[in-house]
Design a protein around this ligand. Structure first.
Ligand code: PPE
Length: 305
C-alpha cells in the first residue's frame, strides 16, 4: 500500500522533515532484521485525535526489545509523548502510527552488544488493510504452506522486523493464488494466526482464539475484542484450533490494529457464513470503542493533544 507523506518523522528525539528521515545502507537492522516495531491507530473522536491503547503498544515494543536483548534509549512515557507529538504534528484526524527501534550505522556483524539503538516514529493515513469490503463481504483465506515461527527459532511474541519475512512469504503466496490473506499453522499443525492479524472462530456462544503459545502475537486488538465480546455476552476460550475447526466454523473473523475486525468468507474454498452475527456485533462495538463512543473504555483513547 502506498504511503502518503506527512510533514515530520520523530527520529532520536528530533522532529525531522519527512524527506530527511533516512538511514545509511549499512544500517545493522537493514542487514539482519534486528529491529522491533509497533503499529498503532489514531482515531477521530469528539475530543480530537485519540491514539488507541498507545501506552500498551509502547509497552509491547519494550517487551519485544527485551526478548531481542535490545537496550531502549528512551522511557515508555517519553515514547508515548513522542507518538502524541507526531500525531498532533501530522494534523490528521486519524492515522496509522509506526514506531520502530533499530540498530543503526556503525557496527556490523551479528553481535549486538556494541550497537546503539535508534528510534523513529512516523504517522501517515492508512485505509482498510484488507480492503474496503472486509467487514461486510469478508476476506478469502488460504492456509499457508509456510509454517509460523517456532518459539525457539524466532520468538513470535516479539514484533521483530525480521519475523515479517515469514509473514511476507505467506501473504504473497496467498495473494498470488487469488486469496486475500494467509492463515498460518505452527510446527504442531495447529492454527496460529494470520500474516498480520489474530484470528477468532465463532462456535455457538463461544469465541475461540489461539493462545500466544500457538505462535500468535499477543494482539492488542485480540485483547480488546475479548473484552468487547464478554460485554456482548459471548464466552471466550483461548485455545488451540485444528485446521478442520476452521472449515466447519459457524463464523470466523480476524483482527489487528491495521485490519480492525474483518470478516472471513471462506477458508481454502470452504464457504463460511459471512458476515456472521458475532462478527457484525463485535465490529460495530469495536468501531465505537476506538472512536471514544464507549465510556467504559475511555482510558484506551489516549488524546494526542
Ligand atoms: N499478528 C501479527 C503477525 C501482526 O503483525 C499483528 C499486527 C497482529 C497479530 C495483531 O496485533 P495488534 O495490532 O496488536 O492487534 N499487524 C500490524 C500490521 C503489520 C503490517 O505492517 O502490515 C498491525 O495491525 O498494525
Amino acid at each position: 500500500m502506498p504511503i502518503t507523506p506527512t510533514s515530520h518523522i520523530w527520529m532520536n528525539g528530533e522532529m525531522v522533515p519527512w524527506e530527511d528521515a533516512t538511514v545509511h545502507v549499512l544500517t545493522h537492522t537493514l542487514h539482519y532484521g534486528t529491529g522491533v516495531f509497533e503499529g498503532i491507530r489514531a482515531y477521530e473522536t469528539d475530543r480530537g485525535a485519540a491514539i488507541f491503547r498507545l501506552t500498551e503498544h509502547i509497552e509491547r515494543l519494550y517487551r519485544s526489545a527485551k526478548i531481542l536483548n535490545m537496550d531502549m534509549p528512551y522511557s515508555v512515557p517519553e515514547l508515548v509523548d513522542a507518538c502524541k507529538q507526531v500525531v498532533a504534528d501530522s494534523g490528521l484526524p486519524s492515522c496509522y502510527v509506526r514506531p520502530i527501534a533499530y540498530y543503526g550505522y556503525g557496527e556490523m556483524g551479528l553481535a549486538t552488544a556494541d550497537c546503539k539503538t535508534e528510534v523513529a516514529i512516523a504517522a501517515w493515513p492508512w485505509g482498510a488493510y484488507l480492503g474496503d469490503d472486509a467487514v461486510t463481504k469478508g476476506v478469502r483465506m488460504k492456509i499457508s504452506s509456510w509454517t509460523r515461527h517456532d518459539h525457539n527459532i524466532m520468538p513470535p511474541a516479539s514484533k521483530t522486523t525480521g519475523n515479517y519475512a515469514n509473514s511476507t512469504l505467506a501473504k504473497m503466496e496467498a495473494l498470488r493464488a487469488g486469496y486475500d490473506e494467509a492463515i498460518m499453522l505452527n510446527n504442531a499443525g495447529l492454527v496460529s494466526e494470520c500474516s498480520g492479524e489474530n484470528l477468532f472462530v465463532g462456535c455457538g456462544d463461544v469465541l475461540i482464539t489461539p493462545p500466544t503459545s500457538s505462535g500468535a502475537l499477543p494482539g492488542i486488538t485480540q485483547d480488546t475484542v475479548i473484552s468487547i465480546a464478554e460485554d456482548l455476552g459471548y464466552d471466550i476460550a483461548v485455545a488451540d484450533l485444528a485446521r478442520s475447526d476452521l472449515y466447519v466454523a459457524d463464523e470466523i473473523f480476524v483482527c489487528g490494529t491495521a485490519a480492525e475486525v474483518s470478516a472471513v468468507n471462506s477458508v481454502d474454498d470452504r464457504d463460511i457464513a459471512c458476515p456472521g452475527p458475532r462478527t457484525a456485533a463485535i465490529a460495530e462495538a469495536y468501531a465505537d470503542v476506538v472512536r471514544g463512543r464507549n465510556e467504559k473504555y475511555s482510558s484506551w483513547n489516549e488524546h494526542a493533544s
